[in-house]
Design a binder for this molecule. Structure first.
Ligand SMILES: *Cc1c(COP(=O)(O)O)cnc(C)c1O
Length: 417
């Protein structure tokens, strides 16, 4: 069904240039909203526009729709529907988990958060903010493939630790963390455990009970739902402060008139995407592996960043090509109709490349020459073959013009002498 979207998307640039093919490989940044999701949302903009907080029967349908969405989310996580709270985004859920926890527990002497160096900025910048407010935050290192080591977590815990927040799967390199082990450890020590599962939800299996997760952030636009709507799983009995103050919505936990259409869309999207997981994850993994194998064979001195298949999101490929600038490569790819992303940050005015790539030990060179391609449900073998027919030449051409590449080759010669 979503093929209809894809065709519209592909046709949108036809006739504008020779290259009408468009291959979107940035699903980790955002997905399209699935047509069946848009369809489910539509009535809540028009005929059913009532405010769910109004007690008249006109709003009954909206209240029911929100309950259904809560059940749809709960079913995918192994939670119960009264543990699901809708928020404005994954970022808001992350802010709520960190700030809400220390605001509640600091009075009891628990003012320390443990997180990692490879979190999304929604966690990292919230952590830095809290440090400026006087709270204590530890950022755990990761190994070369982006994994947190349980020993490091154990060493970092003190009797002031209120919260451990470790992402389920990384948005840049796709590494999946040993969440069940971390959850078990936190439970044993009586420390709250939050996970930013924005990249993982509906793409890999999650069970908040079996994994001992107390809080979990998710966002609809990473699983074929609309942008600007997220949710937080908050285990029953978990006492944290509210983050958004105002009315009594979401059982008094998150104020503001509910985004009913967004909530309905999130519910539909999580249910539909998760129900296809058993079929789509292996298919996307196969395509991703075909992409990785093709690139590693065709591009000399290429490096695959992240963990092996199995400990990695099915759709994630992240390469480093020394000797070139990631952003130049993105522009070349863009001209060929291929949309990806990079951990290089030159044009954004910051000299520091991706904090994730630095944390797994890459050199600045390797980080600046990085390319993330993330696949989705609409990605085909034809798309991957097209990328493989274009990308190696782009890398070779840019390297041929690059003094960085010349220096790199000279360095290699010196080493072998
Ligand atoms: C996209 C993303 C977020 C932010 O979610 P928004 O809904 O866009 O605010 C947070 N964490 C991770 C890991 C993400 O990939």
């Amino acid at each position: 069904m979503a093929g209809q979207w894809r065709n519209e998307f592909k046709n949108s640039r036809k006739g504008q240039s020779e290259m009408s093919r468009q291959v979107y490989l940035d699903y980790a940044a955002t997905t399209y909203t699935a047509p069946e999701v848009v369809e489910a949302m539509a009535p809540y903009f028009t005929e059913s526009f009532g405010n769910p907080s109004s007690i008249y029967s006109f709003s009954d349908r909206n209240r029911k729709a929100m309950t259904k969405a809560r059940e749809q989310v709960a079913a995918v996580l192994g939670a119960s529907q009264d543990e699901i709270f809708f928020t404005g985004s994954g970022t808001e859920s992350d802010n709520w988990a960190l700030k809400g926890t220390v605001w509640k527990l600091a009075a009891k002497g628990k003012d320390h958060i443990i997180t990692t160096k490879i979190e999304h900025h929604a966690i990292l910048h919230t952590g830095e903010f809290l440090q400026r407010q006087g709270y204590d935050v530890t950022y755990l290192p990761v190994d070369e493939e982006g994994r947190v080591r349980l020993e490091d977590l154990k060493k970092a815990v003190t009797d002031r630790t209120a919260l451990v927040s470790i992402m389920f799967a990384n948005n840049e390199i796709g590494t999946i963390q040993p969440i069940a082990e971390i959850g078990a450890f936190c439970r044993e020590r009586g420390i709250l455990f939050h996970t930013d599962a924005v990249q993982a939800v509906a793409h890999v299996p999650i069970d908040v009970q079996a994994m001992n997760i107390d809080m979990l952030s998710l966002s609809a636009h990473k699983f074929y739902g609309p942008k600007g709507i997220g949710a937080m799983y908050l285990r029953k009995g978990t006492r944290i402060e509210n983050f958004i103050h105002g009315g009594g919505q979401e059982k008094g936990r998150r104020a503001s008139t509910e985004n009913v259409a967004g909530i309905v869309g999130l519910g539909k999207a999580i249910e539909q995407t998760a129900s296809r997981m058993a079929e789509s994850a292996p298919r996307i993994t196969t395509l991703r592996d075909m992409l990785v194998d093709g690139v590693m064979k065709a591009v000399p001195h290429a490096k695959l960043n992240g963990a092996p298949s199995g400990e990695r999101l099915p759709n994630n490929a992240n390469f480093s090509f020394v000797g070139i600038e990631g952003e130049t490569m993105l522009l070349d790819l863009d001209r060929a109709g291929i949309y990806g992303s990079t951990g290089s940050a030159c044009s954004s005015g910051s000299l520091d490349p991706s904090h994730v790539l630095m944390a797994i030990g890459l050199s600045h060179e390797q980080a600046h020459g990085s390319l993330r391609l993330t696949l989705g449900e609409e990605t085909t073998g034809e798309d991957i073959r097209y990328v493989l027919s274009v990308l190696p030449d782009i890398v070779a051409q840019r390297r041929a013009m690059s003094p960085l590449w010349e220096d790199y080759l000279k360095g290699l010669q010196k080493e072998s002498r």
